[in-house]
Design a binder for this molecule. Sequence first.
Ligand SMILES: Nc1ncnc2c1ncn2[C@@H]1O[C@H](COP(=O)(O)OP(=O)(O)O)[C@@H](O)[C@H]1O
Ligand SMILES: [Mg+2]
Length: 323
Amino acid sequence: MSIEIPWVEKYRPQSFENIVSQNIAINSLKEFIKNPNMPHMIFTGPAGTGKTSTALIIVKNFLKEEELRTNLLEVNASDTVRIDFVRNVLKNFVNQSLIKNGRLKFIILDEADNIPGQVQQALRRIIEKASINIKFILLCNYINRIIDPIISRCAVFRFVNLPKEKIVERLKFITENEKLQIPKDKSEEFYELLFFISGGDLRKAINTLQMAVALELLNNLDLSEILKISGFMDKRTLDELIVALKSKDFKKSIEIIDSIETFDSRNFIRQIVDALSHVNIKPKKVPALRSFIADIDYRISQGANENIQVSALLAEIIEKIEG
Ligand SMILES: Nc1ncnc2c1ncn2[C@@H]1O[C@H](COP(=O)(O)OP(=O)(O)O)[C@@H](O)[C@H]1O
Ligand SMILES: [Mg+2]
């Protein structure tokens, strides 16, 4: 297989018209950027919903191709959050702008919500002092992790998860364009699966499709393998686990979990929540179980021991599930 550019780049939308499902944000953005004195911007929302693509479209709306090198600074905050980086690189970039008159300069700060509070304070001062031709575009998943003094200097645009139809539509478009052969009888199931794996993140959906192609899983459409490489249980393992849970066999459930090579606890939770909607649980017990699962998911996200959390989850399900 030849080395290809990642499809997420190849199929990155190049104009506002190609950004799907973000009508509220895009419509107001189109108006917003008519004013060259526009304030800075924050794009907030889940991964793979078009924030970076939209930021690049805006920048290209103002800058010529040859200006991108000098007038655009794109930094991912998660690998460069050190305070001296913010000070030096940003300050240099911001100051150079005084020389070149007229043209706008853009700073795209990806994963801005990963910048520690103290560094955000430094950033805030840089934003305050920046001249009018400098525009910051901050990208983040959680706006509540951005300090208020920054938020109040920016216009906030919210990006939402893409619905299933839109994700499937885009995947079908890529499938056609890449001339992929997908067995007809299984194709709907295949797209359903990619959507499930993506959790509404179009980047993940496209990457999974490309990975399935690279690993030659499309020919006889090995859905189990696609689930496994994406860090989910295949259907057989999931069915076995449900049987073990229903027969209240804690030891067996743990064994099944331990046998999974690509175990990913948060994917596991998504999958089990999905599966639980098809098993018998007394309606009165459902809210407590849901709330328990949400707590486990949160604790894992905060770095709690995964083994302990997952076994607590299994124990709780066994407690609540009907045979
Ligand atoms: N709203 C959207 N419309 C069209 N394509 C999208 C959209 N959101 C994501 N994509 C696709 O997913 C990839 C990643 O999008 P990106 O803009 O980097 O998302 P984000 O920055 O929100 O994580 C893009 O290359 C594009 O192919
Ligand atoms: Mg992005």
